[in-house]
Each structure stands twice: as C-alpha cells, then as structure tokens.
Design a protein around this ligand. Structure first.
Ligand code: B1M
Length: 224
C-alpha cells in the first residue's frame, strides 16, 4: 500500500535539500497516490520553503541553497499544475500579472497565474522584476480588468503603491481592479495603498478576482 505521509515527507525533504529530480518523481507519486496537487505545492512545498527560510535566517545555508530549493519546488509545480482543481469562471476577464520591479521571487506569482488561468481568466504574465510603468502600459494596451502584483520583500512592496498612483495619474484607476499579494503583504497595508484586495494565496486569488470582476462589470460595464 502507498504511504501518503511518506510521500509528503520525502517530497518536503527533496525540496529542502534542493533535489529537483526527487521532487519531480515524488510529485508524480503524489498524483498517483491521489494526493491533492494544490496542497502539495502550497501546504507542503510552503512548509519546506519555511524550513529553508529559517535555515537561511540562521545562516546555516546561503542563497545558492535557497535557489536550489526554489528550483526543486518550481520543477514540482510543473508536474502538479495540470492536476490542480479550480472552479471555472463564468465571466471572462483579463488579468495583467507580475512581480514588481527589483523583486525576482516568482514562485507565488506563478501559482497565482496557474490558478487564475485554470479558472478561465486570460492572464498576461509580465514575469518578474517588472518595471512599474510596464503595468500601466500593458493594462491600457490590453484593456485589462485586473492588475495583479506580487512582492516578497519589504524593499519592493512600495512599488505596488507607485503602480496604483500611476494608474490614478493615467486616469485609468476606475477601469481596473487591483490585487496585491506576497508573504509580507498584509490586508491592512494593501487597503492603505488603495488596492482592492489582498488574496492570501493563489486559491483565494481566484474567488476574489471573480468577485472583483463582477463588481467591475456593474461599475464600468464592458466599456474601457
Ligand atoms: Co529570497 N528573500 N532573496 N530568494 N526568499 C525572502 C523573501 C526573505 C523573506 C528571506 C529572509 O531573509 N528571511 C528575504 C526578504 C527580506 C525582506 O523583505 N527584506 C529574501 C531576500 C533578502 C533575498 C535576497 C536579497 C538574498 C540575497 O541575494 N542576499 C535575494 C533578492 C533577489 C531579488 O528579488 N532581487 C533573494 C533571492 C532568492 C532566490 C532567488 C534564491 C529565491 C527565489 C527564487 C524564485 O522565486 N524563483 C528566494 C526564496 C526562495 C526565498 C524564500 C525562502 C521563499 C519564497 C517562496 O518561494 N515561497 C523567502 C522567505 C519567505 O518568503 N518566507 C525569501 C513559497 C511561495 C509559494 O510563497 O511567494 O509567499 P509566496 O506566495 C504565496 C502567497 O504569498 C501568495 O500566494 C502564494 C501561495 O499560494 N501570493 C499571492 C504571492 N503573490 C501573490 C499575488 C497575488 C495573490 C497572492 O495577487 C496578485
């Protein structure tokens, strides 16, 4: 009989030691054993990254080891993503998504992209370390419904406020909803900078985006 706990614990260990091959193999075993793909990434992958974070803070490991762990988790995400279950949206909408300038932490943003795309939203992924002006340019060009920004560092979070201010200056703040997220981004801070919401994780981003788009359609209609 397959031992699910054993798969989970080996999966976490593979990420912690940065063994990409093992992480991929265990991700496949997890699917075959009926484990939940989203939980494998966010819960168990997240727990593994917290161990890495602690080791990094205690100076037991350094950036290269953190990178290996991140790469192992990203490789597992590639295997697990087609198996993530998401309820489809009935309202089509365009989301411009990216990690703000100066920040290259993109695992969380990639998860948000996977979940939003699987739900049926069109996601325009600007990638990571995105120049702030780019969010405005693409939102205009694509007539976006939602602008989504991710940041993992206290030093890059202020970029989110700048983008919101730039949307106002460009006269298009009322045309789009803005969601922000990432480990250091709190709901209180998000609202204080004028964002519409701060989904706590990629799964929450789906429900919140649906609600915001419904609201936007009532406020703005289909006009841009
Ligand atoms: Co770095 N890093 N890192 N790092 N890293 C952190 C963020 C840090 C907290 C570690 C620490 O010191 N304790 C710290 C930031 C401190 C601060 O805020 N001031 C830090 C640092 C300092 C750095 C460097 C400066 C290190 C150096 O070079 N000396 C450097 C900076 C590079 C840069 O960005 N310019 C750096 C580099 C790296 C790596 C490249 C090695 C690697 C990233 C690889 C990659 O992403 N491709 C890395 C990693 C892996 C981490 C930690 C350990 C883990 C991040 C992660 O992937 N978590 C991180 C510690 C931590 O966060 N606790 C740390 C897993 C991921 C699934 O979670 O991204 O939070 P997360 O996403 C979640 C939610 O937050 C949410 O959904 C996801 C779950 O479903 N979410 C959203 C995220 N975005 C969202 C957007 C939304 C909605 C929800 O809507 C739009």
């Amino acid at each position: 009989m397959v031992n699910k706990d054993e798969i989970i614990s080996k999966f976490k260990e593979a990420i912690i030691i940065g063994d990409e091959e093992a992480a991929v193999r265990l991700a496949k075993e997890a699917i075959a054993a009926g484990l939940d793909a989203y939980e494998m990434v966010t819960k168990y992958g997240g727990e593994a990254m917290e161990v890495i974070n602690k080791q990094y803070e205690e100076k037991k490991i350094f950036v290269p080891e953190v990178l290996l762990a991140a790469n192992a988790l990203s490789a597992a995400v590639e295997i697990l993503k087609p198996h993530m279950k998401v309820e489809k949206t009935s309202i089509p909408a365009k989301v411009v998504l990216g990690v703000v300038e100066g920040d290259i932490h993109d695992i969380g943003k990639n998860l948000v992209k996977i979940m939003l795309s699987s739900a049926g939203f069109e996601v325009i992924d600007l990638g990571r370390d995105v120049p702030l002006q780019k969010f405005i340019e693409v939102a205009k060009q694509e007539k976006a419904d939602v602008v989504g920004m991710s940041a993992l560092m206290s030093t890059t979070m202020p970029g989110m406020k700048k983008v919101i201010d730039m949307l106002k200056d460009a006269g298009i703040r009322n045309k789009v909803k803005v969601i922000v997220g990432g480990a250091p981004v709190t709901e209180e801070w998000a609202l204080s900078i004028g964002a519409d919401a701060r989904p706590k994780d990629a799964s929450a981003a789906v429900g919140i985006t649906k609600q915001l788009v419904e609201k936007l359609r009532k406020e703005r209609g289909d006009s841009w």
